[in-house]
Write a protein that binds this ligand. Structure first.
Ligand code: ATP
Length: 358
């Protein structure tokens, strides 16, 4: 799959600057003797930024969110929101005092309350008129004023998720946490709902953290992606940074598909089965490099390969080719027609990414 970068960009992307959330050296084990679920996590989120926590099942995404929300306790570390400690040495602020909004996978709406009542429920320290006014405002923001009197079962999944978002936004939190908020929606609704939610969060200037295991969702929704593996941060960066410049084989493989190729580096170039390649950084001796399948193109001349098999995907085709002992994936436009067993030539575009670690 070729992820679509910047699928939607409603509103200005926030400038990095004012830090809203700071997480420092967060660690957690669910039981003594068990492996750490969070292992010395440190990161920051800036005002108006949307950060996606991405990674395989069990890597600690939800636990990170629940510790920030106050539903789980950490063994160590600090969490600061707008400079105020939520968690720290001798500090544990109750969830309702954190000024953090939460949106869950299953929406968690009260079935016996209508839309207005669901949104008003979270509003404290206001008189009735102020609560009604704020509820109208946020329902306007999520485009649901006309459904104000409906009950959750009278709404689509996408509309219910927008009510849940309105409820989370109503008390004007400093941070919204969203745990797999689109995963209960079918593919088409998931796509439009996440565009709407992104536009609403931008409009409100809200800072948000989204947990997802869907790489395309992370690439298209977030300003930055934090890729997690076994309780640690594997890489954090903008979608193009993590997709185009993966630092490890794990990141290269988790985000899209990649060719991992052994090569011998000498400065900014390396010799490989795909010929002499330009490297993303200087290296010396044996290296493992990553080249995206869309950066290998069929040409009239170049490195000879043999087509082993093809996967037709409509908009494009992925060919698995052999190049000496190595298998390489090549994404090509669907107007390329190569038969299995046919010889072809390829060239590599751009820089090959030098990988570290495992
Ligand atoms: N209450 C709990 N008690 C014991 N272990 C737990 C508890 N909650 C989570 N775990 C374990 O902690 C690890 C991390 O879980 P977590 O839910 O944070 O991962 P995740 O990355 O969000 O996974 P998924 O994508 O499957 O939701 C997993 O191995 C999980 O089994």
């Amino acid at each position: 799959m070729t992820p679509t970068l910047n699928e939607t960009q409603p509103g200005p992307v926030p400038q990095s600057g004012t830090e809203v959330l700071r997480v420092e050296h967060l660690s957690k084990r669910y039981a003594p003797g068990f492996p750490a679920v969070l292992d010395d996590l440190s990161f920051a989120v800036h005002k108006g930024e949307m950060l996606a926590l991405l990674g395989p099942s069990g890597c600690g995404k939800t636990t990170t969110l629940r510790v920030i929300a106050g539903f789980e306790r950490a063994d160590q570390g600090q969490v600061l929101l707008d400079g105020r400690a939520l968690i720290g040495p001798q500090v544990f602020l109750a969830p309702e005092k954190r000024n953090v909004g939460m949106v869950f996978q299953d929406y968690a709406l009260f079935p016996h309350l209508n839309v207005t009542q669901n949104v008003m429920f979270g509003l404290k320290n206001m008189n009735r008129q102020e609560r009604e006014e704020r509820t109208r405002q946020v329902l306007g923001l999520v485009g649901l004023n006309i459904f104000a009197k409906r009950y959750p079962h009278e709404l689509s999944g996408g509309q219910q998720q927008r009510v849940a978002l309105a409820r989370a936004l109503a008390p004007r939190p400093k941070l919204i946490l969203m745990d797999e908020p689109f995963s209960n929606l079918d593919a088409a609704l998931r796509h439009t709902t996440r565009q709407e939610v992104k536009a609403i969060l931008r409009e409100a200037g809200m800072t948000a953290i989204l947990v997802t295991h869907d790489q395309e969702e992370a690439l298209s929704f977030a300003d930055r992606i934090m890729l997690m593996r076994a309780g640690k941060i594997e890489q954090i960066g903008t979608p193009p940074e993590v997709y185009q410049s993966p630092r490890t084989a794990f990141v290269a493989n988790f985000l899209g598909r990649s060719n991992l190729i052994s090569a011998r580096a000498a400065g900014k170039t390396a010799d490989s089965c795909l010929g002499k390649l330009n490297l993303s950084e200087e290296a010396k001796g044996p290296v493992l490099i990553s080249i995206r399948p869309e950066d290998i193109v069929f040409a009239d001349q170049g490195v000879p390969v043999t087509v082993k098999y093809m996967e037709y995907k409509g908009h494009d085709v992925t060919y698995t080719c052999t190049c000496g002992e190595q298998e390489v994936l090549v994404h090509a436009h669907h107007n390329h027609h190569f038969l299995e067993g046919q010889q072809a030539f390829v060239t590599v575009q751009g820089l090959a990414q030098v990988l570290r670690g495992s």
